[in-house]
Write a protein that binds this ligand. Structure first.
Ligand code: FES
Ligand SMILES: [Fe+2]
Length: 375
């Protein structure tokens, strides 16, 4: 789980003026809108006694902790400690981490890290969202798997004939043509033409059909830290499945997906479109659930990769680059060094941007995986 990226934590329509708890990267966040409609993300951990701000309510622009009523602005600064009296000065230390928040593609994205604006990685460019030719449906799929196993599965071409044979892919023709990974900022893409599934025509009809059927041009992208896009070009049009694989913890992922299609654009076809996405996820789930190790190995040699796995290798290499930059949250150390007695949070930009606040942070930062550098 990487800090210093934009994470599409929640669907826009889920974030309202009623504070919402979102658990992601084993951390608690609160997402809400101020009365001007703007979405915000704070650490959901009141620095007073660790109350959950998400259990509270809004007072104008401020979110009120439900335990002792401390009020925080969208910048994370506490402006009122009721027990001290209305006129009391609020100490600088009374503040929580506030994460830059933007809305794009129907999701609320939070920048979970402390990089200054100019150094932050960008979000993926997905122009289809603004294109009225696409009909959109959305949903979530919850699975008890690590998000990177889910992410790799979403762009894995060679499993299709075996796990989804019949829906797409064809077990009698499972070869994946050679492809080159195209590199994008913070991501990569592969394109292959796959054999369509066999039709259930008998005998001669089957052969006649099979000889003329066109291949299905398929593309798969990944974008750091958790986005995959699958583009399938069917005879009737294009289907795009955008997956945001949000790690709740190391054991659980919620994939917040959007499907975009250029065919059957009436509302009448929505429930069928949704059903098809769930069918695919439900075929993948039992297979991904049994993968061991549960987490994605760091060592590229720990699993045997072949040429059709090039897109996953590109992902693993890119991930390694950010681990080497010290961006990987060390969940093992959180458990062993901090445990259940000391909360840690992902540092927000204010920790670096505002020098006067250097000592203002009550909660420690999440440890990151140690970067081995040559002596
Ligand atoms: S725990 Fe939030 S006000 Fe006391
Ligand atoms: Fe799959």
């Amino acid at each position: 789980m990487l800090k210093n990226f934009w994470w599409p934590l929640e669907f826009s329509h889920k974030v309202t003026e009623k504070p919402l708890r979102v658990t992601a990267l084993s951390q608690e966040f609160v997402m809400y809108r101020t009365p001007d409609g703007v979405a915000h993300t704070l650490s959901d951990l009141c620095v007073h006694r660790g109350g959950a701000l998400s259990g509270g309510w809004m007072n104008g622009d401020c979110i009120v902790c439900p335990y002792h009523g401390w009020e925080y602005t969208q910048d994370g600064a506490c402006t009122l400690i009721p027990a001290n009296g209305r006129d009391a000065v609020v100490p600088k230390k009374a503040r929580v981490d506030a994460y830059p928040t933007v809305e794009k593609y129907g999701y609320v994205w939070a920048f979970l890290g402390d990089l200054p604006e100019a150094e932050r990685p960008t979000m993926p460019d997905i122009p289809q969202f603004a294109n009225p030719d696409y009909k959109i449906t959305r949903g979530i799929f919850e699975w008890d798997v690590y998000y990177e196993r889910a992410l790799e599965n979403s762009m894995d071409a060679s499993h299709a004939p075996f796990v989804h044979g019949g829906a797409f892919g064809n077990r009698e023709e499972p070869e994946i043509p050679d492809y080159q990974v195209e590199h994008y900022p913070y991501g990569g893409m592969m394109e292959v033409t796959l054999k369509p599934p066999k039709r259930n025509f008998k005998g001669l009809w089957n052969r006649l059909y099979d000889e003329n059927r066109p291949g299905v041009k398929t593309r798969a992208w990944f974008f750091m830290p958790c986005v995959t896009i699958l583009e399938v070009n069917l005879p009737m049009g294009q289907l795009l499945l955008v997956n945001m694989h949000i790690p709740v913890t190391e054991e659980k992922t919620i994939t917040k997906w959007t499907s975009l299609r250029t065919f059957f654009k009436g509302n009448w076809a929505d429930s069928d479109a949704v059903k098809r996405v769930f069918k695919i996820f439900n075929q993948d789930y039992p297979v991904v659930l049994e993968q061991r190790p549960e987490l994605l190995p760091y060592d590229l040699g720990a699993e045997l990769s072949v040429k059709s796995d090039a897109i996953q290798i590109a992902y693993r290499r890119m991930r390694q680059k950010y681990i080497d930059m010290g961006w990987q949250i060390d969940t093992h150390r959180i458990a062993t060094e901090f445990g259940r007695q000391q909360a840690v949070v992902i540092p927000s930009p204010a920790r670096r941007e505002v020098p006067e606040l250097a000592n203002a942070w009550v909660l420690k930062e999440v440890p990151t995986k140690e970067v081995k550098r040559d002596a």
